[in-house]
Design a protein. Structure first.
Length: 389
């Protein structure tokens, strides 16, 4: 079997995904690279030995020798670049979020259906060991029927990852309840087996709004993403625009009656996601989210708190970024690009996570009043749920 020939557009923080896809002689090869920054393009080219380099993604799409494209550009470019790829007939891996508005998501989905080009959205958390462990426990009936899901997301590096570059600018992300939470909202939907229909949210720019910023055009601090300040009030060199919230909480009602809650803070001392799912016959909770950590299940009682859960599962060992999820998701994408069919990730799920995050952000900025989620065209949903055949 010849290698799937892949072009990569965008070589920033998620370039590790391109490395996971570069397996010359083993099924896939990164043969072309594109980035708008010539310095980044030159540096990354040395890691791939790519045959074609360009600063314009349209030139990459003109190549007949590419089978697929991985797009990892900033969020506000996803809609435009994705539609160009779909119109070029290249099987597309689009890093999450699908887009930064609900309309943007629907435009991409409609174009994928119109052209028949295969669309895959990079929600790699569906391939993380801790998420799959929780999903399997729920499917086995360990806690009965899920009724409520609570997620707390502590983001210790948030000030560096999300407030020192374009992520801090709502015109480029909508907000971190969409950009950062899209992963967790997708996981909530997957674990609960339903999609959000109504949200309300509260939040604020509590800490990072008053910290020193860089002037427009000034480069990021030299130690960016290598040196981290503590306490968070000592951070400097923030993006010249900072208008997204660093604390947010949202409540959700899903179409199957499940009630869910999500909380996010970007100045906590630790970095971890904590999921709690309560069903009709028990509760599960993860303690850590990396290989070797645990998911515990309590399904006898009633009792006071018991540290010795009824069942304890260990998150399996894995190699690579995000607990092996990047390697696994690239393997699934390459299979999908060749063969099509249903995948563990879901373009419909990607749209619904953006829709929940987008409407929650609207609620947050409108005093917390509830917002309904715009429904997805049923014919579009059916097309993607059937594997885009």
């Amino acid at each position: 079997m010849e290698d799937l020939r892949i072009g990569v557009v965008g070589l920033g923080l998620r370039a590790s995904l391109a490395l996971a896809a570069h397996r010359p002689g083993r099924g896939s090869v990164v043969a072309a690279l594109c980035d708008s920054d010539p310095a980044v393009l030159k540096h990354q080219a040395e890691r791939f030995d790519a045959e074609f380099l360009t600063e314009d993604h349209r030139r990459l799409l003109d190549r007949d020798d590419l089978d697929a494209v991985i797009v990892m550009t900033p969020d506000d470019t996803h809609e435009r670049v994705a539609i160009d790829c779909l119109q070029a007939g290249k099987a597309l891996y689009l890093e999450k979020p699908l887009a930064i508005t609900v309309d943007g998501c629907d435009n991409i989905l409609r174009e994928a259906r119109r052209t028949g080009t295969r669309l895959y959205v990079g929600h790699n958390m569906r391939h993380m060991g801790v998420v799959r462990l929780m999903r399997d426990a729920i499917r086995r009936g360990d806690i009965g029927e899920p009724k409520t899901v609570w997620v707390r997301h502590f983001v210790s590096y948030g000030g560096d990852y999300y407030f020192k570059d374009w992520h801090a600018d709502r015109s480029r992300t909508t907000g971190l309840l969409l950009q950062k939470a899209a992963h967790d909202l997708d996981v909530i939907h997957w674990l609960a087996d339903g999609y959000t229909t109504r949200v309300n949210a509260l939040g604020d720019l509590m800490l990072h709004g008053d910290l020193p910023r860089r002037a427009p055009g000034e480069p990021r601090p030299e130690g960016w993403l290598r040196e981290f300040e503590w306490p968070p009030t000592s951070r400097t060199g923030l993006n010249h625009v900072v208008d997204v919230e660093d604390v947010s909480v949202m409540n959700m009602r899903l179409d199957n009656g499940v009630i869910a809650a999500y909380q996010q803070c970007h100045f906590s001392p630790d970095y971890v996601r904590n999921y709690t799912v309560i069903g009709t016959e028990g509760r599960l909770e993860n303690f850590g989210d990396r290989p070797g950590d645990t998911v515990r299940v309590w399904n006898t009682g009633p009792s006071a708190y018991r540290d010795d859960a009824d069942i304890t599962y260990r998150v399996p060992d894995a190699q690579g970024m995000h607990g092996g999820a990047d390697t696994a998701i690239m393997a699934e994408f390459c299979r999908f690009a060749r063969e099509g069919g249903v995948t563990d990730t879901s373009p419909v799920g990607a749209r619904m996570s953006v829709a929940a995050g987008y409407m929650a952000t609207m609620s947050l900025r409108d005093g917390g009043i509830p917002y309904d989620i715009p429904p997805l065209d049923p014919e579009l949903a059916a097309y993607f749920d059937a594997g885009q055949r």
